[in-house]
Design a protein around this ligand. Structure first.
Ligand SMILES: C[S@@+](CC[C@H](N)C(=O)[O-])C[C@H]1O[C@@H](n2cnc3c(N)ncnc32)[C@H](O)[C@@H]1O
Length: 168
């Protein structure tokens, strides 16, 4: 079984079961180094590479699961990243995501809007109304969608349809 994650902070790494083959990509060498250290601290062997989620270097249908946490919000062409995730997933493979989104709570929403300029300035990220629209557009089947943290964190488990083959 092979998994991929955009970057590999300690918070994610400790949840992967033993025996799972992990591959991680990250745009920033500095962030990749943090992931490397986290992997070493947990004694996990991971294939960690500098890479671009918008243009993955992996073959079609080469992963069972793609995990993407707090990354779509910073990727310039997030539709391309979703499309690439679909391409590298085997039919029936799972796409697991965690993102910050616009909260339905008016007070939290106001805070998010006020913080957006700072977030963009320092992290190149924003909260979004429709972060996951691209999943529907790319034909993923949404299996589970969970809001938490006053509605500003959303987790999604999606699946690439089993009958869908990679485009040529
Ligand atoms: C908010 S951080 C989240 C890091 C990590 N995924 C986590 O859950 O803690 C977003 C990360 O996405 C990375 N990133 C931005 N654009 C990317 C791209 N095109 N390909 C791969 N990684 C990218 C950034 O370098 C940054 O480390």
């Amino acid at each position: 079984m092979r998994w991929r994650l955009p970057s590999a902070p300690d918070a994610n790494l400790r949840h992967y079961p033993d025996g799972v083959k992990l591959t991680g990509i990250e745009f920033s060498p500095a962030m990749l180094e943090i992931a490397r250290q986290a992997a070493a601290d947990l004694s996990r062997t991971i294939d960690l590479r500098v890479g671009d989620a918008q243009a993955l270097e992996f073959p079609d249908e080469s992963f069972d699961t793609v995990v993407c946490t707090l990354a779509l919000c910073t990727i310039p062409d997030d539709r391309a990243a979703v499309s690439e995730a679909k391409r590298v997933l085997r039919p029936g493979g799972r796409f697991l995501l965690l993102e910050h989104v616009r909260s339905p709570n008016a007070a939290v929403r106001l805070c998010e809007r006020l913080l957006d300029p700072l977030a963009v300035r320092f992290e190149a990220t924003t909260s979004s109304e429709n972060r996951f629209d691209h999943l529907h557009a790319e034909g993923f089947e949404i299996q589970q969608q969970i809001r938490s943290k006053l509605g500003f964190v959303e987790r999604i488990a999606a699946r690439k349809p089993a009958g869908q083959v990679a485009a040529v």
